[in-house]
Design a protein around this ligand. Structure first.
Ligand SMILES: Cc1ncc(C[n+]2csc(CCOP(=O)(O)OP(=O)(O)O)c2C)c(N)n1
Ligand code: SF4
Ligand SMILES: [Mg+2]
Length: 267
């Protein structure tokens, strides 16, 4: 019997299997994004922007208009498209190197202006595509190609707290969360809420996703999940960090006494 794999409707079936390494977290984040797009029924309004790094392997992932840019430039490109056509739903997708290091100025500026775009950033604690060099997100003591003895925080600082920074520099109306590929239901829900925030026209929306790069980490299945679940979460708190206040409730005039009708008033 042929078992048909279950894929989000917004995915392109003809480009699957995808190009990520087996066990990579990117596929899980993109599955959650596809489900969120399907559930919100917005496929014909979405523009997807992927960055340089392994996120670019998603250039043909969705059946939506897609653009690919270099380090963090996805943010200004999404901003421009959104400003030109506010009816579109602009979703930028990038790695921790692109978003927090080489292109960090673009994230900071888009967040400071509270641009009405959605940014999904995949934190795999290093530069995946180029062979596993240290990123701002690399954990203290973690070995990478450029920190063979482990990351020394005295030399290179502590892991970058991206969502906390974005929460601090955005105005009211922004939505900020950190999810993990190990928990796919909240992962999808946070991404869906971030996109809904853009649909509602509230402000910047940002979800960092703790992810896995078993190829550069050189980990097997169990070690990969353990690293995300038990090591990354020591430095990165998972959950919603900034949620827009509920919209003002409709003001309904309340009467202490039913006012007399005209006819009654005159006797
Ligand atoms: C200005 C510039 N510097 C360096 C590179 C090389 N480069 C390409 S992808 C990449 C790392 C991307 O890492 P990240 O954004 O974390 O994405 P990942 O591959 O981990 O998903 C680097 C350094 C480049 N393309 N341009
Ligand atoms: S190198 Fe790492 S981040 Fe890139 S596709 Fe492979 S597992 Fe994923
Ligand atoms: Mg990375």
């Amino acid at each position: 019997m042929l078992i048909k794999p279950s894929m989000p409707k917004s995915w392109r079936v003809d480009t699957k299997p995808h190009k990520f390494c087996p066990g990579c977290g990117h596929g899980l984040v993109l599955k959650a994004l596809g489900q969120a797009i399907d559930e919100l029924d917005i496929q014909d309004r979405v523009v997807f922007g992927c960055d340089i790094g392994c996120s670019l392997l998603a250039w043909d992932f969705f059946n939506v208009d897609t653009v690919q840019t270099h380090h963090g430039r996805t943010n200004p490109v999404m901003t421009g498209i959104k400003r030109a056509n506010p009816d579109l739903i602009c979703i930028g997708y990038m790695g921790d190197g692109g978003g927090y290091a080489i292109g960090s100025q673009h994230l900071v500026n888009a967040a400071t202006r509270n641009e009405k775009i959605t940014v999904i950033l995949v934190n795999n604690a290093q530069y995946g595509m180029t062979g596993g060099q240290m990123a701002p997100t690399t954990l203290p003591g973690m070995k990478t190609e450029t920190t063979p003895y482990g990351r020394d925080v005295d030399l290179t600082g502590y892991p970058c707290q991206g969502p906390e920074m974005v929460a601090a520099i955005t105005r009211e109306g922004a939505y900020v969360a950190r999810a993990t590929v190990v928990k796919p239901v909240p992962l999808k829900n946070y991404i869906k809420k971030a996109i809904q925030n853009q649909i509602d026209g509230n402000g910047f929306s940002f979800v960092e996703c703790l992810s896995a790069c078993p190829t550069n980490w050189r980990t097997n299945n169990v070690e990969t999940i353990n690293f995300v679940e038990n090591e990354m979460t020591k430095y990165y708190h998972v959950g919603e960090i900034k949620v827009p206040p509920p919209k003002e409730p409709l003001k309904v005039k309340t009467w202490t006494k039913i006012p007399a009708m005209e006819g009654q008033k005159n006797g």
